[in-house]
Design a protein around this ligand. Structure first.
Ligand SMILES: [Mg+2]
Length: 323
């Protein structure tokens, strides 16, 4: 019989979890006290929070504890990196039903640690509770290292739109799982279960003078629209067949197998958490590729996002995001 959460006291379960949690150089007082103390040498700290709910954001039959821990950490780390800040510390609250295996919970802690290791962030505290479904709530803090935060509102006409990371892979992986065809693209399924955005690219972008940035959690077109609206400009994307050829190639086999449109996945698929940024015209920092340009809003224009100057309506199913 596997050991279940209800077989242990809270203290016993915490004793299993604590040794697995990642530590970091910014931690002054770590887990075990009433609260943690984290260095904020910059005098400011960046903070964001995100929650994952079982059967809404993940299902336990697809995702291991390690997968959910990784994803809970990574989507928070990406939000801080997208501000141009270095993630320093996380606090993590986990609600877990008594019939969940202890191994699932320790796997969750290992997943947190694996994701945090990419940037040296620590888990400095949290909370544990029983409940009817698994819920993982993560709050992340980050250090701007003396830089200005990179906001969504700074894109200017003439800037280049660039992206670091992958697009459409997570959406393709999710569809493969839904259709019971994970064998068609195991790398895509992994991209959904454990998105692996280039967090350092967010810091690089800030150092290189990015004028705006966010991580792509809801799809390129939708999130480009958010930058465009915040900045009062239009983001005109380059032809996907050229600018996004690599992403299209990566999801092509899965799209063909399921009878889906690869371009739709790449333009509208979310949860890859890559960095979408705008830069003054010139060389792009390492990891970024050009995906479009920023243009001024014209009177009566077709919306905040266009593709080669035309209303964002190719590929089907995503033009409503441009309105
Ligand atoms: Mg975000």
């Amino acid at each position: 019989m596997p050991e279940l959460v209800r077989d242990l006291s809270e203290e016993q379960l915490l004793a299993r979890i604590f040794p697995l949690l990642p530590s970091g150089s910014s931690t002054l007082v770590g887990p075990g006290d009433d609260a943690a103390v984290v260095a904020a040498p910059d005098g400011r700290f960046v903070v964001s929070t995100d929650v994952l709910v079982e059967d809404r954001h993940f299902v336990r039959s697809w995702s291991s504890g390690e997968d959910v821990g990784w994803r809970a950490a990574m989507q928070n780390l990406a939000d801080v990196a997208a501000m141009g800040a270095r993630p320093t510390s996380l606090v993590v609250s986990l609600v877990v039903p008594g019939d969940v295996e202890v191994d699932w919970v320790t796997g969750f802690a290992r997943g947190l640690a694996l994701a945090c290791a990419e940037v040296g962030a620590a888990v400095v505290g949290g909370d544990l509770s029983g409940g009817d479904a698994v819920v993982a709530a993560v709050t992340v803090h980050g250090d701007l290292e003396g830089r200005a935060p990179v906001l969504r509102s700074g894109a200017r006409p003439g800037d280049v739109v660039a992206h670091a990371g992958v697009l459409g892979r997570s959406a393709a992986g999710l569809e493969l799982l839904r259709e019971g065809r994970p064998d068609v693209g195991e790398a895509l399924v992994t991209a959904f279960l454990r998105p692996d955005p280039p967090l350092e690219a967010g810091l690089e972008a800030a150092r290189a003078g990015a004028t705006s940035m966010m991580d792509v959690s809801d799809g390129l077109v939708r999130d480009a629209g958010r930058i465009a609206r915040a900045s009062g400009v239009v983001l005109d994307l380059d032809a996907p067949g050229t600018a996004l050829a690599e992403d299209l190639a990566a999801v092509r086999v899965a799209a063909d197998a399921l009878g889906r449109d690869a371009t739709t996945w790449v333009l509208t698929g979310g949860e890859d958490h890559g960095m979408l940024a705008t830069f003054p015209d010139g060389d792009l920092p390492a990891g970024f590729r050009r995906v479009g340009r920023v243009v001024a809003t014209a009177p009566g224009s077709s919306g905040p996002v266009t593709v080669e100057g035309a209303p964002a309506a190719v590929g089907g199913g995503w033009d409503h995001f441009s309105g």
